[in-house]
Design a protein. Structure first.
Length: 113
């Protein structure tokens, strides 16, 4: 399955929004394509307003990428639990994902702008 995962630069400018606020914008995002699933956009940590994100205790493991820690998004009116994730130490083949955040589509809006 790891051979069916492609990582490439995401073309254009990408924005992530949640709770009515822009959390990040990037011209350096990565696009991860896995089989026939929808592509996932990963934002460089430096392009995301980390002040709005809090680490949670949730850690998931992907057999191909490694362990991902999760983040909740603090908005003006609510907390969106486990809305995003990041691989701090991805397996060697996917080391380009280090210090990049992805967001779950049902919890944040990621769009090319």
């Amino acid at each position: 399955m790891a051979d069916q995962i492609t990582i490439r630069p995401a073309e254009g400018k990408w924005t992530v929004r949640a709770g009515g606020a822009v959390l990040g914008e990037s011209l350096s995002a990565l696009e991860v394509i896995e089989g026939d699933r929808a592509p996932v956009i990963y934002f460089p940590k430096g392009d995301v307003a980390m002040a709005f994100l809090d680490k949670t205790g949730t850690v998931t493991t992907c057999p191909y990428r490694g362990e991902a820690r999760h983040f909740s998004i603090q908005t003006k009116s609510t907390v969106i639990e486990d809305a995003g994730y990041m691989y701090d130490a991805p397996v060697a083949h996917f080391s380009t994902l280090k210090d990049h955040l992805a967001f779950y589509a049902e919890k944040a809006t990621v769009a090319r702008t």
